[in-house]
Design a protein around this ligand. Structure first.
Ligand code: NDP
Length: 232
């Protein structure tokens, strides 16, 4: 399978790329900056050769996304999975009275409009059997567990879950699995050192879902990385 993964420079995105390559898949690894060529992602390139294709992909840059999709399309690329992983957490713990609306907008640009832009341009490249669209969400986006904090992050993930539901409805007659996935509280730059889950463990679980080794236990479309239902 050929997977497109956004935000593959570090954290969960990097671990997903590494695990997918290890399992024999091909990966188109989207990174904001190609400086990453001198980073650990390029070590994967040394190990796996042409099965890894590192591409410039800033999810806020629609023109860049459109031209990448067009180039890949012309090359005849077909995608078995799109993993919308890139995300940012801003204004953490900022009270509503002090919220900077530019930060709110920036968060939506990445966490919500990013996956929308990616799907807008890459959906036509998807194969129609055994395929998967995975939007990396967060438990912070559960409306039923809403807490008064992380406003832009939580609201953007909640809206992302709605987008997932809409895609699922759009694609219901095709063999494309569409899920929002809470990856767990992970030890990454975003999750911090105290997190109980490694990004590698989460990546393995999400790959099991993509490969349909694990069937999601949900009537809806929001699960954790083990496939267990998350509250909407
Ligand atoms: P990190 O902060 O460790 O990594 C974020 C990744 O997103 C980096 O690769 C970063 O690239 C990339 N990114 C940020 N902005 C953009 C952009 N505009 N275009 C393209 N890529 C971008 O995050 P995690 O790995 O921890 O998180 C991955 C996903 O999991 C996110 O969607 C997050 O919301 C979600 N999540 C994480 C949790 C956790 O505990 N860590 C808990 C719940 C959900 P660069 O290196 O260029 O900055």
């Amino acid at each position: 399978m050929n997977l497109l993964i956004t935000g593959a420079s570090r954290g969960l995105g990097y671990e997903m790329a590494a695990a997918a390559l290890e399992r024999g898949h091909s990966v188109i690894a989207g990174t904001r900056s190609l400086d990453v060529k001198s980073s650990k992602l390029s070590l994967l390139e040394d190990k796996y050769g042409p099965r890894l294709h590192i591409v410039p992909l800033d999810v806020t840059d629609e023109q860049g996304i459109a031209s990448l999709a067009s180039i890949l399309n012309k090359e005849g690329t077909k995608l078995g999975a799109i993993v919308n992983n890139a995300g940012i957490l801003t204004a953490r713990s900022t009270p509503i009275e002090e919220l900077d609306m530019q930060q709110v907008a920036k968060t939506f640009e990445v966490n919500l409009y990013g996956p929308m832009r990616v799907l807008k341009h890459f959906l036509p490249l998807m194969t129609e059997t055994d395929a998967a669209i995975i939007n990396i969400s967060s438990e912070a986006g559960s409306i039923s567990n809403a807490y008064p904090g992380d406003y832009p992050y939580a609201i953007s993930k909640s809206a992302l879950n709605m987008f997932t539901a809409q895609l699922r409805s759009l694609l219901k007659d095709q063999d494309i699995q569409v899920l929002s996935v809470h990856p767990g509280w992970m030890k990454t730059d975003m999750g911090g050192e105290d997190a109980p889950t490694s990004a590698g463990e989460s990546a393995a679980g999400i790959l099991d879902l993509i490969e349909r080794k694990v069937v999601p236990k949900t009537k809806f479309n929001f699960v954790d990385y083990s496939g267990n239902e998350m509250p909407i």
